[in-house]
Design a protein around this ligand. Sequence first.
Ligand SMILES: Nc1nc2c(ncn2[C@@H]2O[C@H](COP(=O)(O)OP(=O)(O)OP(=O)(O)O)[C@@H](O)[C@H]2O)c(=O)[nH]1
Ligand SMILES: [Mg+2]
Ligand SMILES: [Zn+2]
Length: 276
Amino acid sequence: MQGTVVKVISSSFYVEVNKNIYICTQRGVLKKNKTLPLVGDKVIVDLNKKVIEKILPRINEIIRPPVANITKGIIVTSLKNPDFSTNLLDKLLVELEINKIKPVICLTKIDLCEMKDDLINTIDYYKKIGYTVLDNTNTTLIKQELKDETTVFIGQTGAGKSTLLNKLFPSLNLKTGEISLALGRGRHTTRVVEIIEIDDMKVLDTPGFSSLSFLSYNLESVKNAFIEFKNFPCVYKDCNHDKEPECNLKKAVEENLVLKSRYDNYLNFKKEFERK
Ligand SMILES: Nc1nc2c(ncn2[C@@H]2O[C@H](COP(=O)(O)OP(=O)(O)OP(=O)(O)O)[C@@H](O)[C@H]2O)c(=O)[nH]1
Ligand SMILES: [Mg+2]
Ligand SMILES: [Zn+2]
């Protein structure tokens, strides 16, 4: 039978087949190949033995959170407590872009934050380059984004992912946590990734994280994931926009056509590869 992995708890795989959940283990040969079934995987299961026999080809897989076959990503970005970080936002955008997952940026805690010009300009820039930016009070618009998609909610711990899902779907009643307590305890309120199916929507609540590495990708794909950079082609097609003397992207940054923090974050991510 074919099913979908909806939750993983250590080595128990919760597989949904025709609306029923079966707790399965994985076949020895998969273990030997070190291919771990991920939440979102389409799998072939033996329902008598409750064993995952085979993982079907993935359309994509992301590293953190470890999930597969995702079509959309809501990047839950808090403006305060935890504070807004373009570095983290750009990281998450890069990760989704590389995996061909359509990103939507959802701001939270606008009630705690003064909307200074700097912040407004930054947010407007993301809209200008083509991203949908909503905030967690726009529940109708967010729900429209979820229709017929498998959507992962990602972002820092305490950003408000579970709170947002509860707002969208009050019956979920997901656990949410005080940020100060979460940070104090050094752990997350949401502990496991789970697919929840509601009407024509599949959503995944995920635990927040504190670090994300790109080292399993390559510099070229990280560069391409900054979607607006291609509007400023350089003389050399393989220009890495760093020490190269004639770089149109650097010129565009100087002329304020490209947001400086985007470029700086790109250089930061590039350094990560150079340290490798
Ligand atoms: N003032 C305010 N508080 C919010 C908002 N959204 C979430 N919170 C609060 O922020 C805290 C953390 O929210 P959660 O939804 O648990 O955060 P999370 O992203 O799911 O965190 P993890 O599960 O640890 O990854 C809770 O106390 C929420 O009530 C918001 O828009 N405004
Ligand atoms: Mg949560
Ligand atoms: Zn360049």
